[in-house]
Design a protein around this ligand. Structure first.
Ligand SMILES: [Zn+2]
Length: 173
């Protein structure tokens, strides 16, 4: 994608600390503070691991009604490190955007993808190599008519959102 080259230098500058952050993702699964999902009300979303979860990650409520994220560490391993971060950011986006859990459609999934991509750029959790890895992984995913667009369309949407995030950063400087 042509747009990636144009923003790669800026993204590289934005994200010098990314390598160490990605390296710590496995610890984030054990609720390390290096990955934090903070709701608009300041609440810290608990991240739990469950190896029997059929999905790589889901946004849920716990028995007390608190918003949580559950990940399957085994399925996470199937993806490149940057994509693992992206899944966390995606589930966090569902929670931050206040999506009704368990009732998603392609519009909500695209919203979560876009919000996650923008947050990762703005929080310096994504550089150009990470973006390539995320798009590579996601473009290989199949679609699902009730929830997800086909992988290449999702990857294209993410790319557009990263470009928007970079433009928003430039405009705010
Ligand atoms: Zn989702």
């Amino acid at each position: 994608m042509m747009m990636i080259k144009g923003i790669s230098v800026l993204l590289a500058v934005l994200a010098l600390a990314v390598t160490t952050m990605v390296g710590s993702v496995t610890r984030a699964w054990a609720q390390d503070a290096s990955y934090a999902c903070i709701l608009p009300n300041g609440e810290n979303v608990q991240i739990l691991a469950n190896k029997t979860l059929p999905n790589v990650a889901v946004a849920r409520r716990d028995s007390a009604g608190r918003r949580t994220i559950v990940i399957n560490p085994t399925l996470m391993e199937l993806f490149q490190p940057a994509t693992r971060w992206f899944w966390l950011a995606h589930e966090c986006a569902h929670q931050q955007l206040g999506h009704t859990l368990g009732n998603y459609g392609p519009d909500r999934e695209q919203q979560a993808d876009c919000y996650a991509a923008k947050q990762m750029v703005k929080n310096r959790q994504m550089d150009a190599d990470d973006l390539r890895a995320i798009e590579e992984d996601i473009s290989q995913l199949g679609g699902n008519y009730k929830a997800y667009l086909p992988g290449p369309a999702r990857a294209f949407n993410i790319d557009e959102c990263v470009v928007q995030a970079v433009q928003e950063i430039q405009q705010s400087q």
